[in-house]
Write a protein that binds this ligand. Structure first.
Ligand SMILES: [Zn+2]
Length: 375
């Protein structure tokens, strides 16, 4: 009719088609409980009633979002409703109720609660990442890079089979009635090796107002292995959990023992996770009280700080940090993050270009890479 069609950027159109494909796949998910064939309902991997609800404001949390225009991504922090926060089509109504009733009523009390929570966490990743298989390979196919696409598909298959192993291990442990006993806090390292996995757990007696359910894949000597990180805030406490395959204990030993050595180290680690992961949901007031400059730097760092090698040099949770270091002279250096002005950063475009180069270099070298599962 002579109407001028709105011109859509072909890159964005392509992205939209990939996302539609992913969403269609996700909607068809069956219950992930072994042997069950019922349809899955939408539920949360972190309890909405006693955790997300405690940090949300009118059902709203903050989470990193990305604008996609392959192969580039732009990150920013934005509002997210309850539904999206840690949600997935994981289990049918019956299993969702039976398995996670305890976790929706109280914080972690027993070793069984730990095992059940990690089972929920792993399934969230399996659900998301199995769909990401599509997203990861489509851009490569589009660019005609068939060998890279094939390589990515293979790597993802191996990754998903690792997740399956964690699922199986945790599934078996969920039937071990000895775990109904009250769990030691923190779970001592020597006792945390259960079956073929090692779990690190600590209950903090204060709230760290961010929910996290993320996974990192590490690479060393042509092997890849995973580290799960879950943080669950409650009204006045926090459950912090990490899990690895026991075969890679030596690789993570020093790092994990350091983190669990002091509450301030856990807080620092949580801030590092924030800057290198997309799977977190933050109490809005924490970010809103930042100055405009701090907001800008933090959002830019979301793109540039993917390394996880260093502690983040900006304090996110000022009040908690202050509380943890007061009267603890050995942590005096932490005070600098509270007092000093914001660190200088190179111009964003320059950092971004370096980062893009680094990412490509890492993929090509495929050596010691540390990354969150993502496209
Ligand atoms: Zn089921």
């Amino acid at each position: 009719m002579g109407e001028k069609r709105k011109k859509i950027d072909p890159k964005i159109e392509f992205d939209n088609s990939v996302h539609e494909e992913i969403n269609n796949k996700l909607k068809r998910n069956k219950c992930m409980y072994e042997g069950c064939t019922s349809n899955a309902i939408w539920s949360h991997s972190i309890s909405r009633s006693i955790s997300l609800g405690e940090i949300a404001r009118n059902g709203i949390l903050l989470s990193p979002k990305s604008e996609r225009a392959y192969p580039n991504k732009k990150y920013f922090i934005d509002e997210i409703g309850y539904r999206g926060a840690s949600g997935f089509f994981g289990f049918c109504e019956v299993h969702d109720n039976i398995l996670f009733e305890e976790l929706d009523n109280h914080s972690i009390q027993t070793t069984m609660d730990i095992v059940t929570q990690l089972y929920r966490s792993v399934n969230y990743h399996y659900f998301n990442d199995s769909a990401q298989l599509i997203a990861q390979t489509r851009p490569l196919e589009r660019l005609g890079k068939w060998d890279l696409a094939l390589n990515a598909i293979n790597k993802n298959k191996i990754y998903l089979s690792r997740l399956k192993n964690f699922q199986k291990e945790l599934f078996q442990l969920m039937h071990y009635h000895d775990y109904l006993k009250v769990t030691p806090n923190p779970l001592p390292m020597t006792k945390s090796k259960i079956s073929n996995i090692i779990i690190f757990y600590k209950k903090l007696n204060f709230q760290v107002p961010i929910a996290i359910n993320t996974i990192y894949s590490y690479g060393s000597n042509n092997e890849e292995f995973d580290l799960f990180v879950t943080n669950i805030p409650y009204k006045d406490s926090t459950d912090f959990l990490m899990m690895i395959d026991a075969r890679y204990y030596n690789y993570f030993n020093d790092m994990l023992n350091y983190i669990f050595n002091a509450d301030i180290n856990i807080l620092n680690y949580i801030e590092r996770v924030m800057m290198s992961s997309e799977h977190w949901w933050l109490k809005p007031e924490i970010y809103e009280q930042f100055s405009e400059e701090k907001k800008r730097i933090v959002q830019e760092d979301l793109y540039c700080y993917a390394g996880l090698e260093n502690e983040y040099d900006i304090s996110i949770f000022d009040d908690i940090r202050y509380g943890l270091i007061t009267g603890e002279p050995q942590f005096d250096h932490e005070r600098e993050k509270l007092l000093s002005s914001l660190p200088e950063r190179a111009p964003f475009e320059k950092r971004k270009n370096n980062m893009d180069y680094e990412i490509v270099a890492k993929i090509l070298r495929s050596k010691k890479l540390v990354f969150e599962r993502d496209v």
